[in-house]
Design a protein around this ligand. Sequence first.
Ligand code: SIN
Length: 528
Amino acid sequence: MKVFNSDVIIVGSGIAGLMAAELLSFHKNVIIITKSDVSHSNSMMAQGGIAAVIDQEDDWRDHFLDTLRAGCHYNNEDVTELLVKQGATMIEKLETLGVQFDKGKDGTYLLGQEGAHLKRRILHAGGDATGKELTTRLITRVKQHVTIHDHTDARDLMVENGQCYGVVCLDKYQQPVRYFAPHVVLATGGAGQLYSVTSNHSTITGDGMALAYRAGARLADMEFVQFHPTMLVKNGRGAGLVSEAVRGEGARLVTEDGQLLMEGKHELGDLAPRDVVARVIFQRILKNEKVFLDIRSIHDFQKKFPSVSSLCVKAGIQLENGLIPIAPGAHFMMGGVETNAQGKTSLDGLYAIGEVANTGVHGANRLASNSLLEGVVFANELARTILHTEETVRQTKVMPIVCQDMSTVQELPTINEIQEIMSKWVGIVRTKENLLKAIRWFEKYKSLIQSNQYYQISSEQHVIRNMLTIGYLIAASALCRKESRGSHYRIDYPLSSDHCLLQTVFCSIHKGEPYVLNKKGFVSNFVI
Ligand code: SIN
């Protein structure tokens, strides 16, 4: 079997992974592993911008409070403070790397506004193509001094005695390969593809979270899945995101007969937090009504929003009519692999940054445009930590890989089936009965979810295995959280926005036994 050795292995090529590679690569030997093309990521598609306190009238405390309010006060306040205080420094750093943020004729930054921000503090690059501008710039730089292994599927982490020392992959020729490194960084993004309508790239299937779970790392807050209120829809399927910045520029949510949807629903109206807006739209769609974004008040729409305009044209929507059909779609995982502010997970040698990680900064609901910021801030923290870590003993022992034959596992469901189960029973509005239905469905595959065996399976089967794992963990965690908070809404419990009724819901595998845990102890051992 082929073997590669390096100082740092980064799995994933979104903004967090690329930024970490850029910052580490002058001192360390870095390999990026990515399952598709290096340019395929959610970051590349990000239309929103990057939130940062730049304006004289703004203050980190305001950004901090907006983040906490959107997160329903479930955020880790120390890490959130670090995030918002780093905004201006990170913008400066990105500019030294060649990123050009949009400025007005007078040379000052054009600051936009998005949902739940009480100040204009969103920087954009290339209008609504900020993610593309940032990632393209970083890819160009990283390609010069980092080894990138694309179309390489990370199958399982290599762990012994609580120490992660590498990754087992399947390369582009479908051959098993082992990568050894004292520092393994997960930067694989979230899990939006678990739902039928999503803003996420087709490669975003919860892989990093599933790898970490199988390896015995601790995951937390998996019940918190953010639904973006305005996905462009065509024939009931998502056809791309319509950025919240469109509402920031004055677009209104309306029904087919022109009624203003958010009137009287929240003090921030169309710019209320995402969970609030998504639920209002969802209730209308349940009644078979159609919901639109009315963009007629926005001058130069196509110039201001080139990416949204081109998605609309592709979907056959006549922009001149001024109405874009929308529906909510899965957008962002607040939960994920539990880490500290430096990206360290519960396993030595294993780190997680970006959406796959759960540092606690987003609480129960992420504030708009805090995710690109999260990507660069925590990549920077991670890089500083790794650069200051004493060289650990490298693993030299090559444990044999026992490969299980897939014929020992029952037939798998399709990706569509998993998406349907998640959308129907673990979506925007949840009930105990529906969560139990989902959990029972996932339990049919428990041997595969529980097992940390290496399986000789195709890439599609591997993705399905990961999706089953993460779908189960979201459903079981959602059943454990007996309250409604932020993005986790149960009609059997009232909404809370003040103190936390429940502590964090954790999931992990302990001594070969999977569990989902809340403060009352073991809640689920596949027997709820
Ligand atoms: C958007 O443009 O609405 C998405 C930005 C984000 O999720 O932060």
